[in-house]
Ligand binder design. Structure first.
Ligand code: ATP
Ligand code: MG
Length: 299
């Protein structure tokens, strides 16, 4: 397990102004980690990931049997920060029946005909399941804030598109998440924090390796041109929506091994922290099981 004091450094406290440059996207979050050195931290991260993957499979089964809670994992990041890889690795040991992944792209005409939370609500995990949002309703205060012309496509009656508009969206998101939490959904939010230099390196790698070409889109390069605007939009969103009930984690993403260890640890501990139990059978059900055993034994 990752030590609480280190996880606390990554968790955004409610009502604080986030400055991303105060968060290290590399592997050395503390002086102590720096002294230990990269190789030691990497080995430790890999051990933590392995331990958690084994535990996650077990706690997920209990989550499913208990059938009262759902877990929603929200992933947001700049392009090439490693969302897909983190999802793939962290969920690798989990029973696919208990888990669902939704990736959100540009909204369709039908989706634009509804309120901005509609398409996400439809994709929420049911009790007993882990739901993963690869991008989420946060896009509506990120890409949409960076490109305000996208707001027009949403055909809102609200004519105030100034500061208040975004403040109201954050409020709506906070209220939505509180509703989910009050009704048995655990909400875990991960911002994969990659540096601009590491993104450049990963884009170049995609361009240099033919088998990775499909992952590259010129749109990604275009969005990279808005890096500063995205940083600002992320800082505003993380500051306004990290709440007691649904905190944000700013996960270092320049090294995949650290990203995966952190995500796996947060989700495993969160599920372990629930009061899960296998359903208890009533007297009638116990008798039915005994009768069934007897019948099969006599065949
Ligand atoms: P990958 O590139 O790894 O396949 P991705 O999540 O980047 O995954 P893309 O199809 O490349 O998928 O990009 C999806 C695009 O849809 C992103 O640019 C994102 O900002 C955009 N998008 C998602 N939600 C919204 C939204 N609500 N409004 C406008 N654009 C959105
Ligand atoms: Mg993309």
């Amino acid at each position: 397990m990752i030590r609480d004091d280190i996880l606390a450094l990554l968790r955004v406290p409610p009502e604080t102004k986030v400055r991303l440059k105060d968060y290290d996207s590399g592997w050395a979050q503390t002086e102590e980690m720096k002294e230990l050195g990269k190789d030691v931290i990497k080995d430790r991260a890999q051990e933590i990931l392995a331990e958690n993957l084994a535990d996650l499979a077990a706690v997920q089964e209990l989550l499913y049997a208990d059938n009262r809670y759902a877990v929603l994992m929200v992933f947001q990041a700049m392009d090439a920060a490693g969302k897909d890889g983190a999802i793939k690795h962290v969920m690798s040991g989990v029973n696919p029946q208990g888990c669902q992944v939704f990736s959100f792209k540009k909204p369709s005409d039908e989706e634009l005909d509804h309120n901005f939370l509609w398409r996400y609500m439809k994709a929420l995990p049911e009790r007993g399941r882990i739901g993963i949002f690869n991008r989420s309703y946060y896009e509506d205060v990120l890409v949409v804030k960076v490109h305000p012309e996208l707001v027009e496509r949403q055909r809102l009656t609200e004519d105030d598109q100034g500061k208040k508009f975004w403040k109201r969206r954050y409020e709506d998101i906070n209220a939505f998440e509180r509703h989910l939490v009050r009704n048995g959904t655990v909400v875990l939010k991960f911002f994969l924090h990659v540096s601009k230099e590491e993104q450049r390196r990963r884009f170049l790698e995609r361009l240099e390796r033919p088998e990775k070409h499909w992952k590259f889109s010129t749109a990604d390069l275009h969005e990279r041109g808005f890096w500063k605007e995205y940083v600002k939009a992320y800082e505003d969103a993380l500051s306004a929506t990290s709440t007691k009930w649904a905190p944000w984690y700013i996960v270092p993403a320049d090294h995949k091994w650290i990203t995966r260890a952190v995500v796996a640890d947060v989700v495993t501990s969160a599920i372990r922290g629930l009061d899960l139990k296998y359903p208890e059978l009533n007297e009638e059900q116990v008798q039915a099981i005994n009768a069934a055993r007897e019948q099969l034994n006599q065949e």
